[in-house]
Design a protein around this ligand. Sequence first.
Ligand SMILES: CC(C)(COP(=O)(O)OP(=O)(O)OC[C@H]1O[C@@H](n2cnc3c(N)ncnc32)[C@H](O)[C@@H]1OP(=O)(O)O)[C@@H](O)C(=O)NCCC(=O)NCCS
Length: 287
Amino acid sequence: MPASHTRLMTPADLGFAMELTRAAGWNQTEADWRAHLALDPAGCFVTELDGRPAGTAVLADYGGRFGWLAMVLVHPEHRRRGVGTALARAAREHARERGLAQVRLDASEAGRPVYLALGFADQYGLSRYRRPPSPPAAENGDLGAREVGADEAVRAVLGWDAERFGADRGRVLRELLERPGSRTFRFPGTGAMSGYAVTRLGAPAVQLGPWLADTAEAAEALLHAALASVPDEEVIMDVPEPNADATALALRYGFAPERRFARMSWPAAPAAEDNRRIYASSGADRG
Ligand SMILES: CC(C)(COP(=O)(O)OP(=O)(O)OC[C@H]1O[C@@H](n2cnc3c(N)ncnc32)[C@H](O)[C@@H]1OP(=O)(O)O)[C@@H](O)C(=O)NCCC(=O)NCCS
């Protein structure tokens, strides 16, 4: 048996982390990895086999309420040797040490059995949708959402989001909103907000999400504006399956379902977020 050792990730591991990301066909960029390292340096892990990096995981602290486990990636040559399990265990132990009462994640089909064996439980499904480059399908033009700059986005979104998401994810959201290439849309354009959506650069696709709205009118206006801003890009988004309006809008605007994720929690608990209002998550690495 090769000797397994889990340690903290450093910037020197970014090349390895990107190699794993590309090998898995994931959409994250080096900017995503740098953000994880900057926000949660004590929660970024590498497991080595015989002294060579074999896999990665990240545990992000969401306002002291729960830990978000993501970027669990094992090099294809080192799979089925317990590396994924070791990484998930290390991340969960880190959550315990920080006093985080719960760990949540979006599990891929390959990852779900690993988490089930560790006592994680399913909450609900999310569908990954993909849309080829194209202008928005709706005939009508401007539906009333407005793009805002990063400062205005941070002021408008953080508190509003916490009430619907069920926890303060302000640290993570601020980084997403302020990142070069991110664009934020709000509805209506002024006054009391009833929804927002964010697009950010990925490789190869633009990721749409978070996308939250209090009404179907707000949700469509935001989707319309966000898609109109990237007519030449492929767009992906992760839609919570309990939100039937979001699924209907995705299909109407030319998205096709591609794969599924299972939102899981340890220990087992009902979902805290309001999935009538969450139309797309921030992506599997951000919840
Ligand atoms: C999902 C993933 C992280 C699992 O990593 P892994 O290192 O292969 O995971 P483990 O080895 O801990 O466990 C996987 C399986 O190997 C088995 N296993 C663990 N140790 C073993 C050993 N020493 N010998 C043989 N099998 C072993 C486990 O029982 C498990 O079996 P199961 O699939 O029948 O349940 C990896 O497949 C991967 O990177 N996939 C692509 C990206 C992805 O989907 N990541 C998960 C995101 S949520």
